[in-house]
Design a protein. Structure first.
Lengths: 118, 509
């Protein structure tokens, strides 16, 4: 178990982040914290890809460096995924601002109470 | 090699930018530009479809990097069908949106972006590329839902965003697993490499699970549907129609792609459990979706739950794994797109003209608004599966496929789904045609509604006061055209099934 933990530490962290993110997303009543949870969740996946690309003792994927190289492809994929993540966060926060203007609170339960009253 | 596949993705994006730029100079220019862009899209889509329904799929290498290293666009019968459906439905809904709104230029820019995202999802032959288009589609859809009126729409959009992002992220994680297992992202290459790794490998099985669950969220299969009813019910009517007709449909297409092109039939044969999950998702969706639809008072909410049940049928067809059911799935995807889009537009038309939005308010509607009631009845009966409408043909093929495969529990549920569909539509039809209109319950709310109507005068609100004059000829024509199409397509569906044969055989090979 300890050996597995030491050799696969980054994978454990990646999945820990997934768990933490999912918990925040579901368990938190505050809408901004939900968005943060979503970000943590995505970060877990980013880390998973980057770890998968790593090769022990390899050099960066540059022609001037000696072989073997780490895989450059996951880095490129994650760059794209980060851009997607940033756009999602922007849209989410935009919606949060609008919700705040409308209801005067960011607490999910209070918003539901306001909606029921209407 | 033709450049059409790449152009079909690029053109709407270009149109979207054009709408924004021209919008800086002149307001209210979004609609005409979007119409031109959509018309071009329809032309291109049908030209591409003419090429793609052959023995060989059309392939396009992006940027000169050949597959499996670069991104490849692959167009076969089912992707061409999707592209044509997307182009056609998005053009049709414009006829409705002109008067009904939303009318801002940003709305039309997002509208075209959604078309681009959906088209990209349908055309791509690369799983990571599919993820990117999935997110573009998602982003555009979240923004479109938020164009609805008031805080509810924003809240529904945020909920959609959070749940949808988790779904797309799971899809991405699945792509990661498949990539770790094989080192490739190209769909055709993945199919061969995954077989080399072995379908029993936990890595491959996990990749399948994550990809499928991610897409289940996007399709809105029960119990991952929670975003969907709020989003459909609170969006503006044109947006509800567009999203219900296309977004889940293309996600279902992606499921077909992932299951049959990437993992292939052999994977399903080797992993009985994977098939069980698909069957379970389908059965639960069909039954629970229908039951929830019966209990709804709000019409748009009822239609939303109806979608969950109808997509259960499509997932069921995927689980059956034979050519007949898969043909049925494609016909039902197209048919459902037309019928459900049409139903949402009809609901919008009825709400605009009479203010009726709940099942009870539909009492005696046929006297107040014969066109709306008639179109609703035709579309509802088509959805139930009354021959010769397209809803019948799709369900017929799927049921026949289930019987051929001797998947009896599924076959029973699919046949029962017709009755379940009837259960929630009969309620509305009975009120529309066989009851006297009660004293209009909407009168009490009229002052409030009119106040809202003034705010919504630029067409951004879904709830303007009841006003028959607000219904344009374009809105009527779109609704009637949808109803006519739902019947006419049923007549053409058998020929379409024949046309699809080479593609289906390749998928199941």
């Amino acid at each position: 178990m300890m050996e597995l933990l030491s050799t696969r530490l980054y994978y454990f962290v990646a999945f820990l982040l997934l768990g933490v993110g999912a918990y925040m997303l579901i368990g938190n009543a505050n809408l901004v914290k939900k968005v943060i949870g979503m970000n943590v969740f995505q970060t877990g996946i980013f880390l998973f890809f980057i770890v998968a690309a790593f090769v022990d003792g390899a050099s960066p994927p540059l022609l001037t460096a000696p072989a073997p190289y780490v895989s450059p492809l996951p880095h490129v994929l994650i760059l794209t995924a980060i851009v997607v993540g940033v756009s999602l966060t922007a849209v989410a926060l935009g919606l949060v601002v609008r919700i705040y203007h409308e209801y005067g609170t960011l607490d999910e339960e209070s918003i539901e109470r306001v909606m029921d009253r209407d | 090699m033709t450049d059409l596949p790449a152009l079909l993705v690029a053109a709407p994006i270009l149109g979207s930018v054009m709408v924004l730029l021209v919008g800086l100079v002149r307001e209210r220019t979004g609609w005409p530009i979007t119409v031109v862009a959509s018309a071009v899209q329809v032309g291109g889509a049908f030209a591409l479809a003419a090429l793609a329904f052959g023995d060989e799929p059309v392939r396009y290498v992006v940027g000169g990097y050949t597959a499996p290293f670069g991104i490849e666009l692959v167009v076969d019968g089912i992707s061409a069908t999707m592209v044509a459906l997307i182009a056609f439905v998005s053009l049709g809904i414009l006829g409705y949106a002109r008067r009904a709104g939303p009318r801002s230029n940003t709305f039309y820019a997002t509208y075209l972006l959604l078309v681009a995202g959906l088209t990209g999802m349908s055309l791509t032959g690369d799983v990571f590329n599919m993820y990117v288009f999935l997110e573009i589609t998602g982003l555009a859809a979240y923004a479109l839902v938020a164009t609805g009126d008031g805080g509810e729409a924003a809240l529904a959009a945020l909920k959609y965003l959070l749940v949808g992002t988790v779904g797309a992220s799971l899809f991405l994680l699945g792509v990661g697993y498949a990539f770790v297992a094989t080192g490739t992202l190209n769909m055709a290459d993945l199919a061969t490499q995954l077989e080399v790794v072995g379908y029993g490998s936990p890595l491959v099985q996990a990749a399948f699970g994550l990809l499928v669950v991610g897409l289940f969220v996007k399709i809105a299969v029960f119990p991952l549907h929670t975003w969907q009813p709020d989003a459909y019910a609170n969006a503006a009517d044109s947006v509800s129609a567009l999203i219900s007709a296309l977004v889940s449909t293309v996600a279902a297409y992606a499921l077909v792609r992932i299951v049959f092109t990437v993992f292939t039939v052999d994977f399903l044969i080797e992993n009985e459990f994977a098939r069980t999950v698909l069957v379970a998702g389908a059965v639960v969706s069909i039954v629970v979706g229908s039951v929830l639809a019966v209990t709804q008072r709000d019409l748009k909410r009822m239609l939303a739950y109806s979608s969950i049940s109808q997509f259960g049928l499509v997932v069921g067809a995927v689980a059956v794994v034979n050519g007949t059911a898969l043909t049925g799935a494609m016909i039902h995807l197209v048919g459902h797109g037309i019928m459900k889009g049409g139903l949402f537009l009809t609901c919008g038309l009825i709400a605009t003209a009479t203010g009726a939005r709940t099942v009870d308010e539909y009492e005696g509607l046929v006297e107040r608004l014969p066109v709306g009631a008639g179109a609703f009845a035709v579309l509802a009966l088509a959805m139930v599966g009354v021959p010769p409408a397209v809803g019948f043909v799709g369900k017929w093929y799927i049921a026949l496929g289930a019987v051929e495969a001797a998947a009896w529990p599924l076959a029973v549920v699919i046949l029962a789904s017709t009755l379940l569909t009837l259960a929630y539509f009969a309620r509305v039809l009975e009120r529309m045609f066989f009851r006297e209109p009660t004293a209009p319950a909407t009168d009490a709310e009229t002052p409030e509604r009119t106040a809202k109507g003034e705010v919504a005068a630029d067409g951004t609100g879904p709830n303007p006061g009841p006003d028959p004059a607000a219904v344009s000829a374009g809105m009527r024509a779109t609704v009637v055209a949808a109803a006519v199409l739902a019947v006419v397509l049923g007549l053409a569906a058998f020929e379409y099934g024949q046309l699809l044969q080479p593609t289906i055989e390749r998928l199941l090979a």
